[in-house]
Design a protein around this ligand. Structure first.
Ligand code: HEM
Length: 459
């Protein structure tokens, strides 16, 4: 592959820029800035000795995402060229899932997945998120301090996933532990992949025996007639899309709300709402930072560069969103970002993804309106891995708050509350509004001024 740097600049450009390791995780924006000096696409390494091309321009990213014939998703030809212990193989390898297939195979799987997801009732979903949020906040609320990642954002999508998919909690924990280790892309990725496969196979067997009113059972019953292997692969994809990006959307938005003066400063500083903060994160720090991986079947001349056949072309949603050549004016309400991708593989659950994050954040702000960061923003550490943009932790302090729900039973509380009583499509939340919320799901009256300001409610 021949790269002619667009700008030779004072410092020579390296042959390839590594995307793995702590330096990239700590400051991806600087790396994207360096990569832009190569032009719209740049030579990177996804792991030591694993080359790829990263698309950093918004316009070129759209071109790749909208041209599935030139830029297909099937990784199998590439896989044959990498060692079996390649640390990014578990993350990138071909699977018969909606997000990694092309053409008729993709159409069939996507239809099955999106039609099953569409059966989820919006109000029931809102109820699941509110209940999950109340449960988690009750666990740490009285302590006056918490890590919002491990004690809230990480667990909440899992609880919601378990509820939507009818997953027993112990199994759900194993699913997420495996998925998390794979996303981190460390030395343990291969073992994590094996553990994940085992847990998913158990879930498929369970749902074949005992179908319920849940997404996994709806997928199983879909006219596409997915076999066990296809079922297992769609579940892993759904788990990956629900838990990791959702967690990062929640936590990155909370970080912005807590740390940025426009949200947490004095009243005159502005009254941006949670929705605006979500939009800002989806533009500036998208949870899936670099993905949309494609493998041209033949050499392609693109953006002045020859891209070799069968080598990964990765779309940087983060770099494309912050491409200086697109207008950086006020983006309030502007949803033309690529955080949910674009083209045939655009996220199949944008609305649900946004709803989960909004409700999770609003509920936390309702319950702990005087929450403050426990450490300065610049001391927060980021998880390694080039796919996700993910904090290690987000410690906060707040005046202790009383539990909103009845005391949890000492044993197996998560199993009993989040597996039982699946909610049929079209029904309302199982038992009316959660404790502490008004019947209409409106904010509770004891909101503090900080929470009102962050929601842009009435400041
Ligand atoms: C309820 C939670 C979510 C569900 C059920 C979900 C579901 C899906 C599915 C099924 C796909 C594959 C579509 C296809 O290839 O045809 C997908 C793709 C995608 N989703 Fe979501 N998603 C969720 C949350 C999120 C969140 C929070 C984000 C980040 C903001 C996100 C970003 C994406 C992106 C970027 C893709 C394209 C992946 C690629 O590059 O190949 N999703 N999602």
């Amino acid at each position: 592959m021949t790269f002619e740097p667009a700008d030779s600049g004072p410092a020579p450009l390296p042959d390839r820029v590594p995307l793995y390791g702590p330096a990239f995780a700590a400051d991806p924006a600087s790396v994207y800035e360096l990569l832009r000096r190569y032009g719209p696409v740049a030579p990177v390494e996804l792991a030591p000795g694993i080359p790829a091309t990263l698309v950093t321009s918004y316009e070129h990213a759209l071109e790749v995402l909208r041209d599935a014939d030139t830029f297909p998703k099937d990784a199998r030809r590439w896989q044959r060229s990498v060692p079996s212990d390649c640390p990014v193989l578990p993350l990138m390898q071909y699977r018969p899932t909606a997000n990694l297939t092309d053409g008729a195979v993709h159409d069939r799987l996507r239809q099955a997945v999106s039609e099953s997801l569409a059966q989820v009732d919006v109000e029931a979903l809102r109820g699941h998120v509110e209940q999950s949020a109340e449960l988690l906040i009750d666990r740490f609320g009285a302590k006056g301090a918490a890590d919002l990642r491990t004690q809230y954002a990480q667990t909440l999508p899992l609880l919601v996933f378990n509820r939507l998919c009818g997953v027993p909690t112990a199994l759900g924990d194993r699913l997420v532990a495996g998925m998390s280790a794979m996303m981190d892309g460390g030395a343990d990725a291969e073992n994590a992949n094996r553990d994940l496969a085992q847990a998913v196979a158990e879930l498929v067997a369970l749902k074949r025996r005992e179908p319920g009113a849940d997404v996994v059972s709806w997928l199983m019953a879909h006219p596409a007639r997915l076999n066990d292997e296809e079922m297992a692969h769609q579940i892993v994809m759904l788990l990956g899309t629900v838990t990791e990006p959702e967690q990062n959307l929640i936590i990155n938005t909370l970080r912005l709300l807590l740390a940025d003066d426009r949200f947490a400063g004095d009243l005159s500083g502005g009254s941006l709402a949670v929705q605006d903060a979500l939009d800002e994160i989806l533009w500036s720090d998208p949870p899936i930072a670099n993905y949309g991986i494609t493998y041209p079947v033949k050499d392609v001349d693109f953006a002045g560069v020859r891209l070799p056949a069968d080598q990964p072309v990765v779309v940087s949603y983060a770099a494309a969103n912050t491409d200086p050549s697109i207008s950086m004016g006020d983006r309030t309400g502007n949803r033309a970002h690529l955080a949910f991708s674009a083209g045939d593989h655009t996220c199949a659950a944008k609305g649900q993804a946004r709803l989960i994050a909004s409700v999770a954040i609003e509920k936390l702000l309702d319950r702990l309106p005087d929450m403050r960061p426990a450490v300065p923003a610049e001391e927060l550490a980021w998880r390694t891995g080039w796919v996700h943009r993910a904090l290690v932790e987000l410690p906060v302090v707040f005046p202790p708050s009383q539990p909103a729900m009845p005391a949890e039973p000492a044993v197996a509380v998560r199993d009993s509350r989040f597996i039982a009583a699946p909610v049929p499509a079209g029904s309302a939340a199982p038992s009316g509004p959660p404790p502490g919320a008004s019947a209409a799901g409106e904010p509770r009256p004891f909101w503090g001024p900080l929470a009102r300001r962050r929601r842009g409610g009435d400041s």
